[in-house]
Design a protein around this ligand. Sequence first.
Ligand code: ARG
Ligand code: ZN
Length: 863
Amino acid sequence: QVIHREDYLAPAWLVPEIALSFRLGVEETHVCSKLTVTRNPDGNGSDVLRLNGDQISPLVVKVDGRAARDWRMDGPDLLLELDGERHAIEIETLVQPVTNTQLMGLYASNGMLCTQCEAEGFRRITFFPDRPDVLSTYSVRMEGNKARFPILLSNGNCTARGEGAEGRHWAHWHDPWPKPSYLFALVAGNLVANTARFTTMSGRQVECNVWVRPGDENRTQHALDSLIAAMKWDEEAFGREYDLDLFNIVAVSDFNMGAMENKGLNIFNTRYVLAEPDTATDADYDAIESVVGHEYFHNWSGNRVTCRDWFQLSLKEGFTVLRDQLFSADMGSEAVKRIEDVRILRGGQFPEDSGPLAHPIRPDSYQEISNFYTSTVYNKGAEVIRMMRTMAGEERFRKGTDLYFERHDGEAATCEDFVRAIEDGTGLDLGRFRLWYSQAGTPRVAIAMRHEGDTAILTADQAVPATPGQAIKQPMPIPLRVALFDRETASHSGERLIVLDKASDTFRFEGCPRPPVLSVNRGFSAPVALEVERPDADLVFLAAHDDDPFARYEAMQSLIVRHLIRAVSAGLDETGLDKTGREAGRDAVRQACEAVLADEALEDLIRGELLILPTVAYLSEQLLVADPGALHQAREALKAWLGAELLDSFRALHDRASAVPFGRDAAARGARKCKAQSLVYIAAGDPAEGARRAFAQYRAADNMSDRQSALTVLCGLDVPEREEALADFHKRHEGNALVIDKWFSLQAGSFHPRVLDHIRTLAQHGDFTLSNPNRARALYMSAALNPKAFHDASGEGYAMIGEIVRRLDPINPQTAARFVPALGRWRRIEPDRARLMRAELEEIAALPTLSRDVREQVTKSLG
Ligand code: ARG
Ligand code: ZN
């Protein structure tokens, strides 16, 4: 069944108030719900009140205090026919948290009870109009065994609590802010808090808690610090103040996604809460800061202003991702953050945009909304709003967001509402810019420059590729930040923002006596795929001299991509390049690397970034049909060649970085990143020395970043130290689930010649389980993203992922569906592998029972 955006209808009935009462139990929880329903003056006047349900049945249905007769079921939903304007509806249901393996609705994790209601989980708890445009004030009573559930939490403020008979106790919670059902949350269990106080800009005292299982409390400080930093930052950067006296974060170990922004009671995957230097890497610390910020920022972009329907998901997610990106940039290095975000976009979103599951950031239809929590909605959504900010400038953009929050506070809004508020607040005309919301596909922009007299003339052409259901596309406004470098002085006379808003256009730059070097799409001002006509020498120049660190990274990447694409197409002799030509290309990469290694003015954090090779997934994107085996080999060969050619420089970098003592400051973090990267190249260039250094680094490590980067390198080598280090790591961190996840993930992600055997053995390990999403992903998502394992010519990698989808679907369809897109790439892969990938999809499709989640992804992937 397909839901269409155009079919939106306002609800016939509203629910201004709801009182929920829970008698808690892990096996059974009894739920009483009392709704005040009123006729929606803006509705269609229908007498039918639709209350959504999912795998629940009503024990009691009452209308205005009397047992109701005229209710009926419509599939999973309960329908009531009502006259008049206002009624009280009472419904009782019984749910079984312990058997809820989907982790949607009310479920048990490690003996505690918690909820996940976005997008459509509330209907698994009680019957309700489970749609984001129905906003209610929630009062919640929770009652349960005090020994089993010493802590009882829900949204808003705790208004009363007390003891009951037979070791039971209760708590009342009230949330004064009307909210949609997807923001409801409840947690009951044995938890301890790390607490801090924050005073808002208007003087409100907020108690902030990070709740974890006893024993984990010494790993919560970073999350708590991040929360306080986020609260302060949102006041300064967006003028947004927190609006309750309490803010709770709870960490749970079984969670489908990263975290959830329930009003006043965020629920987090433990991996985005728990950290200490011995068990968390620098990347883990960054991820915690960013996710804590993200969920906190939802309090305004998502909760105070929510979505009218799920097609508007990017309204809250795209905007909130942009807000968390800007927050992280302000907390750390703006340049590094930008490079990382672009890498995520290209690695995850670009492939989505060019495959069978491509959809606009505001989709037009869906079968299962869980499948649309995608990189497109989140990350491309953020890029689209970032473009508005780039075109308006920071200050004017802030006027636009202020207007948006003011105009729509307390409402369920649409993407169109957002764009209009930005237009009105900034004065921009975003008329045709709206195409970014409706058209899928990554625009391709071809750029060439010629030089006449003292003028450089830039010509740009754009094409938005066809995507499923969208054959013909219109050109979109594409903002490009441009600078022209003088070759001699290595400087430019200022950056210019040009907007390409037709299929083809030219732009003139005066005051260039010599042919300049073109730096374009600086800071990645538009999420497009660029094809720029320019010699390798210009890229080497930019890699060494561009004053925009992103552009420097980009020049390096372009050089490498160009070289690797030539290397794999050589056999076909398409480029017309002979061996000498290809070697010249490789040499240009070496020169650029040398410049990066030698530049003393460069921060180590950026140096580390610049040395990272593009992934096979991104390389494959450059080709209509890719041979991932050949690309992987070419990439490994380049790594080994660079490692050998620049061995001395990498040794020197590794030595220098190893001498920097542990600290959480940028310099020490940069050193660790360089240590990791140099080790990768040394091991590629000289495996024996790589193994020696990696093992020494592993043993000397006093933090997880160093221990993990050393183990990662050892893991890919066929040396005895490999087993020793892996065994040591497991023993050392036994019982710490998040670190054991790393142990699985590292091995499944390695390029070891026998990686597939390793994965099969790991699946039999006593610590492995499919029912915990973190553990399942640690092993199998790492495998699916590992070109060596997944694209093994035998097809075993595909079979492995196909089997996991089939086995996981009955347990946790949402998580199972996440593995399908990897197989869905088959059309863009060489024919032998494509056939094997397709066969796996067909085998999934042939199953007699399949969740809506997996069914939708598989059907679309088969096309
Ligand atoms: N709104 C959450 C976030 O962006 C994601 C929750 C998605 N959950 C789901 N079951 N699809 O942080
Ligand atoms: Zn979000």
